[in-house]
Design a protein around this ligand. Structure first.
Ligand SMILES: Cc1ncc(COP(=O)(O)O)c(C=O)c1O
Length: 370
């Protein structure tokens, strides 16, 4: 069977996700004295210590299907965000929510507007649905160009996607820019406000919490994968108007997220002390990294997220740098797939991780001589 002949053109264009090296693989290949995994914007503190017990308890009922609408968790989130329960939809991570949005709302000839350097998961899920994506160039200071994005909207546009703060840049659009975007979108065009890194960003005075500027066409995405440290469970959610959530429920996989994931998220929400600690760790780690980069004359983009983008001179240099750091046990993320081939993204880790990063940076010569 020749798959090429039978595959839809949009699937032919896509490539399967290529994971970075795991801790075990790096250990086996390079035998470094320490490994710091700073590649995937995970929480390097782990998750709340209350999570394991809640998950163990949930295992008593794993022979039953999960609650398809996660009622207990949804109620808790509704109270937390002061929205109606029917305005929340839980799924297997916010990437799954993006997939649901694409499956639910696009007609065949419609397009999406986003940036050329943002969360790759949106490109993939829109691509799977066969949606054409208008990628508007980011600005010289690595931010969304809100006005250019508005200009890119045409009569076939169904969705505008932003991640705020953005991944991989860590930059954010201001309250005024956000308001301009929301107010100027034509009726019938959704704004997807992906706030995966909300907990890290919310104290920034000019950061727009999308929940404060709700409209019928705005869909807000949040996740338990980042500050809550539950990436392995796969759980995230959308907040939108009740009719929008109702339509999304039609396309959702019936039993996502799993029972243990729902239990983990419920317990994690109760431990806001852990979130506070996690955010403080990132804030301190970011400042430390900025100082280090300034001393070393490294170009970087200031971030309000849990990662910092390092800007190198070329793609070759970015490849050489990540490979040299990997040999030292520091796993970093090249962001060529996100449209920035000369950049490397560094997740902020524990003080020991950051020390390891600095020591390794100072020890490698290969990439600097390249
Ligand atoms: C902006 C953004 N949205 C969504 C996700 C995916 O989150 P989840 O693990 O909830 O699918 C990520 C993960 O890197 C992200 O950076």
């Amino acid at each position: 069977m020749n798959l090429e002949n039978i595959l839809p053109a949009n699937i032919q264009k896509l490539k399967p996700y290529v994971a970075g090296k795991t801790i075990a693989e790096v250990q086996k290949e390079f035998k470094p004295s320490r490994i710091s995994k700073l590649a995937s914007n995970e929480n390097r503190l782990g998750c709340s210590p209350d999570v394991p017990k809640a998950v163990m308890n949930s295992l008593n009922v794993v022979h039953d299907y999960p609650d398809p609408i996660a009622q207990r968790l949804r109620k808790k989130l509704a109270e937390l965000h002061r929205v109606d329960e029917n305005e929340i939809l839980l799924a297997a991570g916010s990437e799954s929510v993006i997939s649901i949005l694409c499956r639910t709302f696009f007609k065949n000839d419609e397009n999406a507007v986003t940036a050329n350097a943002t969360f790759v998961g949106f490109y993939v899920q829109a691509g799977v649905r066969g949606v054409s994506i208008k990628k508007v160039p980011i600005t010289n200071d690595y931010n969304f160009d809100v006005d250019a994005m508005l200009r890119a909207v045409d009569e076939k546009t169904k969705m505008v996607y932003i991640a705020n703060p953005n991944n991989p840049t860590g930059t954010y659009i201001s309250i005024n820019e956000y308001k301009r975007l929301v107010e100027n979108l034509p009726e019938g065009v959704f704004l997807i406000a992906d706030e995966a890194y909300f907990e890290y960003a919310r104290t920034e005075p000019d950061y727009p919490n999308a929940l404060k500027y709700r409209k019928e066409n705005v869909v807000i995405l949040r996740t338990f994968s980042k500050a809550y440290g539950l990436a392995g469970f796969r759980i995230g959610y959308a907040i939108a108007s009740e009719p929008v959530i109702y339509e999304m429920r039609k396309s959702k996989l019936t039993f996502e997220p799993t029972t243990p994931a729902q239990a983990a998220a419920f317990a994690a929400l109760d431990d806001q002390e852990f979130i506070k600690k996690s955010v403080e760790l990132v804030q301190k780690g970011r400042e430390r990294l900025y100082t280090f980069f300034e001393n070393q004359g490294v170009k970087f983009i200031p971030s309000i997220s849990n990662s910092v983008l390092m800007v190198l001179d070329s793609e070759e240099e970015a490849i050489g740098f990540t490979e040299a750091m990997l040999k030292q046990g520091v796993i970093l993320r090249r962001v060529n797939g996100f449209g920035l081939p000369n950049c490397v993204r560094i997740t902020i880790g524990t003080p020991d991780d950051m020390k390891h990063f600095e020591k390794s940076y100072l020890s490698i010569t290969e990439f600097k001589n390249a």
